[in-house]
Design a protein around this ligand. Sequence first.
Ligand code: FAD
Length: 538
Amino acid sequence: MMRQQALDILKHEDPFDLLVIGGGATGCGVALDAATRGLRVALVEKNDFAEGTSSRSTKLLHGGVRYLETAVRKLDRVQFNLVRDGLLERDLLLQNAPHLTRRLSLVTPLYRWYEVPYVFAGLKLYDLLSGKRRIGHSRLLSRRQAISRFPGLKAEGLKAGVLYYDGQFHDARMALALAMTARHHGAVVANHVAVSGLVKEAGRVIGAELTDSLTDERWTLSAKGVVNAAGPFVDRIRALDDPAKPGILTISSGVHVVLDKRFAPPETGLLIPETEDGRVLFVLPWEGYALVGTTDESADASEHPQPAEEDIRYLLRHVERYFNLQVQHSDIKAAWAGLRPLVADPKAADTASLARDHVVECSASGLLTIAGGKWTTYRKMAQDTVDQAIRCCRLEPVKRTCQTHRLAIQGSVGFREDGAERLQKRSSLDSDIARHLHHTYGDQVDRLLDFLTADGARRLVTGQPMIEAEVRYAVHHEMAVRASDVLARRLSLLLLDSEMARKAAPRVIALMAEELSWDETRCQAEVAEMNERLDAGV
Ligand code: FAD
């Protein structure tokens, strides 16, 4: 299988030009950038691709409306540039991965008259900063128009609304698509392989000690350059290089809850411009549910961070405040937390005011660390990192300049909006299944259809469009080796609806057991791991 092939190469065929540590947005982006310049690249991820922060985002491709407000208030050029760069990258992703992205309209409800011109002017400025890449025109909505766009919105006291546009994307699948595209361009990528130490010679980092997280097998890999893209764990990798060095990260935890779809219409999101502690909050349509987030609390790096009860209550409180609908704890379908790897600014009073910008650091021994940024800007972060790696590690790429501005991401070739209808006609699948497959796999859908045997079209769980063939496909073509790889990131069911995931788990495990020849002990270990994930809130 694909992962085994990758491990064989990683064990026997070095040296590489670059070893990338971390398979989140940042690491997968770096591997793709470097591979498309003709460098020989290895990427290792200690868990699964996007198992960390990169599957736990709000899933918005944005310049950052809140950063724009800070930019205006403080006349801060850095923040303006951040917003502009984000909007440029938003546009590139919408073009390079149309199957995993879409334009989303958002309503901002306003309950005080004086807010109307302020918010409208701000969102017009947001349009202006997008320049030619604008994806829609912001406009004022009357009270009635705001409610018809977002039924359920509290009408009492509502003065008006502002409609604006941003991008929405499937974060976990995007990271996977980046990893698979990097692989297509020659990178060797492996999940469930950890860097457990750095190898040095004459004071320079020349490789790393790797450990297969599933078998504990260890070996070393040589590389001319090592890129630390470990997200919230970058300081731990920096400590392997130089234990005396102070950390550069400030970590902030953000919680989301997923509610029933009655809390968000399918095509429109809601931006709550000011929460009780002065933040913004989103209620977004997401895969047939409503995604509500997020919070911002300082935290430490940890695997699988748990959503705090207090944060969940905070989110529900705000939903109640802005909705005519009653919301109860039992309405929660799933809840999860993610850790923002923000670059530390010792002068910042709280994590919300830290710029989501990125830094690339090259240590005295040549270890490159990329930290900060946001999902939307992963491509630019990767470009800056590889540019610096070429200088810092004296690499000789085939192409010196970045190749990813207009690079098709796996699944995107020939994508058509009406593709789901065409797929339905030629495969006789139900329309919701055809739509789900079209937007999940794009141009790869025919490879998935190869797994459509008699049972393959069967739904994994009633009421969901995910089918059994996807599990077999994930094992053969997407490096899934654990049930949670499939349920949390290839299909995202675990992050959408824990009860549905619980119901689907036995069948997913049975299918994977067939494909991967698991024995009874391994199946039981998978059941235990799934239960742990489900009980802990992913
Ligand atoms: P990660 O995704 O955490 O990846 C780092 C990886 O490194 C992990 O998978 C980890 O397992 C691996 N790793 C660590 N140590 C090792 C080791 N020793 N060996 C091998 N692998 C290792 N951005 C947006 O643009 N839009 C949004 O809407 C948005 N919303 C957000 C909401 C929340 C709540 C949060 C927390 C963030 C949000 N972001 C958003 C920011 C965005 O999600 C992050 O900037 C991005 O995902 C960070 O990616 P990363 O690859 O740096 O980190």
